[in-house]
Design a protein around this ligand. Structure first.
Ligand SMILES: [Zn+2]
Length: 270
């Protein structure tokens, strides 16, 4: 069976990512992902995408897309941003932790990108990032230079095809050296088995109800960072942030207590 990879063009829609002069990171990410996807497809990889158009997705949704598709790898393409223009330049790749095949793949990608002309800033562990933490397969986030670096933008604009090829080469050379079981080093993912069961009523603990999606997102990420099995529902014109779901009311109550001790206002819903 072909190896499957979900490519994620970082940000999108109302979330532009980094912005510098007339550039938005979301556009650079998407253009590069399309090139990369084409090259990987040509090399026999089953390529899937979180987005191929300019739409907004939360990082949690992006991770869920990969989990639901059951792909072997998740690769998110971004461009970096420094506090002030031209402060930094170079590429780096972010991982949940620096171990396993994803570390090899990250190092190979960085090395290939440095051959195109980028400085290699190395591999970094960023366990707090939702797309790295919530994906249950090896996941990489490649920062393809700084969006507010003129040096990096010049490389990016002049060599887009070579950059896509470099990332593809880093991926492919890693896969060629690997045995079949590639999922052994995935980040641990708390599963919501209960939610999948269609039979019994499910209890959820609601922690927030918002008109504005960005406010709901903020609470959602905060809860996920603290390892609550949180998710968001769009319902009746509201964005509801909930934790669960639980088949047994007692478990929902226990979760509610834990959330209240942590300072959240809650109610139990089915
Ligand atoms: Zn980004």
């Amino acid at each position: 069976m072909a190896i499957s990879i979900m490519l994620d063009a970082g940000h999108g829609g109302e979330d532009p990512g980094a912005v510098y002069q007339n550039r938005s990171e979301k556009d650079d990410n998407l253009a590069l992902v399309k090139e990369l996807g084409q090259i990987l497809s040509n090399n026999g990889i089953d390529v899937q995408y979180t987005r191929t158009t300019d739409i907004y997705q939360t990082p949690f949704e992006k991770a869920q897309l990969a989990n639901n598709a059951g792909v072997d790898y998740f690769i998110s393409i971004h461009r970096n941003s420094a506090p002030t223009p031209n402060q930094y330049h170079g590429v780096e790749t972010l991982l949940y932790d620096k171990s396993g095949i994803k570390l090899e793949m990250a190092e190979n990608i960085n090395n290939r990108l440095s051959e195109v002309g980028f400085e290699n800033l190395g591999v970094k562990a960023r366990p707090g990032l939702v797309v790295l933490r919530r994906t249950n397969m090896p996941a990489l986030l490649v920062e393809v230079g700084f969006l507010n670096s003129d040096v990096d933008n010049e490389i990016f604009d002049k060599n887009q095809r070579q950059i896509a090829q470099a990332i593809a080469d880093g991926i492919l050379e890693t896969l060629q050296m690997q045995p079949a079981d590639v999922n052994s080093d995935a980040a641990p993912l708390p599963q919501l088995q209960d939610e999948m069961d269609p039979g019994s009523p499910l209890y959820r603990v609601q922690v927030g109800l918002f008109r504005k999606r960005s406010n709901a997102d903020q609470l959602l990420y905060e809860l996920l960072e603290r390892d609550y099995p949180a998710f968001m529902l769009a319902e009746d014109g509201y964005f509801k942030v909930q934790v669960g779901a639980f088949r047994q009311l007692g478990n929902a109550i226990a979760m509610e207590r834990r959330l209240r001790r942590a300072g959240y206002a809650t109610l139990i819903t089915t």
